[in-house]
Design a protein around this ligand. Structure first.
Ligand code: NDP
Ligand code: MG
Length: 378
């Protein structure tokens, strides 16, 4: 029996690469659901190629053109909530970006599906709830994020809990820009990542290191380890490391190519063969400490993790609005983190939150962030 796969966010960077990996193994995988937000043309092409049972477009504006373009195929075309289509699959690949990924993660876990999780924001916003649902419903979460895939690969076969996780960070696209010039970097500079070709939001998060902070939170929830350090590793070849009580450190290495962690999540616990360039080990691998003056976001995210409750949810919400404003050239690169801090000072923190609390805080933090950027008439 082939594994039925739902790819949520199939038109994005991770979604497209997931389809590529799945396409290498038609005898193992059957794509049953594809979703996008607005890119109906690409979604239609993908549907024509792999003939899923359902395609869903979130933005209702594009429902008619999508349906018309697929009317000769036996595909059910839907619009509305992504969370409603996860029931069709055995494995749900969540490649949505931002808070929009949370509800589908929750729905997939509640129906006992295996979740191959790229959408780290699900764990940043509501890690406690998401992990509880995973445990209660015996629905495993296999990370796609390369650092967490690396840690999972280092831990597979180990009986001892690690004493420390070490996440590697590229430092983002403007890593080598002098501190004094950072305020002038353009959207183009920030999106020009040296090692990874990713969606715009995570590429900006990588430059501020909000992304690495999110990955600390993600690792905390996935692996239950409190001591998590970050080192800058400009080559993005060592994807992360695990240290044990005897001082031994295990690392996972590979080319910076998301198709490897995607394949690991789909095949887990087996490995799928991939026909791509193997790693060439000749070359420098270097590591250095994070400069916190350059990357204040890392400390900010850590403080939110310590504070607990809905603090990380508020942080994520404010960051989503700030990144959107930066990409629209409404604020500068160095405005992003202070804006998020400003929202955190003004928004409340709910301890022991239920889903409704996360929803409310997400809405409130986004409203505050918009007010701070655009004034009262937003
Ligand atoms: P992209 O922006 O490239 O793709 C996002 C996908 O989600 C698209 O299919 C998009 O549809 C859809 N989408 C966006 N907003 C909504 C919404 N409000 N409702 C429904 N669907 C929506 O993102 P990435 O692929 O780069 O990232 C996806 C996730 O994976 C993120 O959480 C990111 O942090 C994580 N990740 C990504 C990595 C990478 O290499 N890209 C590496 C590690 C983690 P449409 O195309 O129509 O806009
Ligand atoms: Mg990562």
């Amino acid at each position: 029996m082939r594994l039925r796969i739902a790819i949520l966010g199939s038109t994005g960077s991770i979604g497209v690469q997931t389809l590529e990996v799945v396409g290498l193994y038609p005898e193992l995988f059957e794509v049953v659901v594809l979703t996008a937000n607005s890119n109906w043309q690409l979604l239609a092409r993908q549907a024509r190629k792999c003939k899923p049972k359902n395609v869903l477009i979130s933005d209702p504006l594009f429902f008619e053109p999508l349906r018309n373009s697929l009317k000769d195929l036996p595909v059910e075309v839907l619009s509305g909530s992504v969370a409603d289509v996860v029931g069709q699959a055995d494995v749900v690949v969540n490649a949505l970006v931002g808070y929009s990924g949370l509800a589908p993660t929750i729905a997939a876990l509640k129906s006992g599906k295996r979740v191959a999780l790229a959408n780290k924001e699900s764990l940043v916003v509501a890690g406690e709830l998401v992990m509880r649902l995973s445990e209660e419903n015996r629905a495993p979460i296999i990370p796609i994020d390369s650092e967490h895939s690396a840690i999972l690969q280092c831990l597979t076969g180990e009986k001892s809990k690690p004493r420390r996780l070490i996440l590697t960070a590229s430092g983002g696209a403007v890593r080598d820009v002098p501190l004094g010039s950072l305020k002038n970097v353009s959207v183009g500079d920030v999106l020009d990542h040296p090692n990874w070709k990713m969606g715009p939001k995570i590429t900006v998060d990588s430059a501020t290191m909000v992304n690495k902070g999110f990955e600390v939170v993600e690792a905390r929830w996935l692996f239950g380890v409190d001591r998590i350090d970050v080192v800058i590793h400009p080559q993005s070849v060592v994807h992360s490391m695990v240290e044990f009580a005897d001082g031994a450190v295990k690392a996972q290495l590979g080319t910076p190519d998301m198709r490897t962690p995607i394949a690991y999540a789909l095949g887990y616990p087996e490995r799928l063969g991939l026909p791509y360039e193997p790693l060439d080990l000749c070359g420098d691998l270097s590591f250095r400490e994070v400069d916190h003056a350059r990357y204040p976001a890392l400390g900010l995210v850590r403080r939110c993790l310590e504070r607990g409750g809905t603090a990380c949810c508020a942080l994520n919400a404010a960051n989503e609005v700030a990144v959107e404003a930066f990409l629209a050239q409404r604020i500068g690169f160095l405005d992003i983190v202070p804006l998020v801090e400003g929202v955190l000072e003004r928004v409340g923190n709910v301890h022991g939150p239920a889903l409704e609390d996360y929803v409310a805080i997400n809405g409130e933090a986004k409203r505050l962030a918009r007010e701070m950027i655009y004034g009262d008439n937003c």
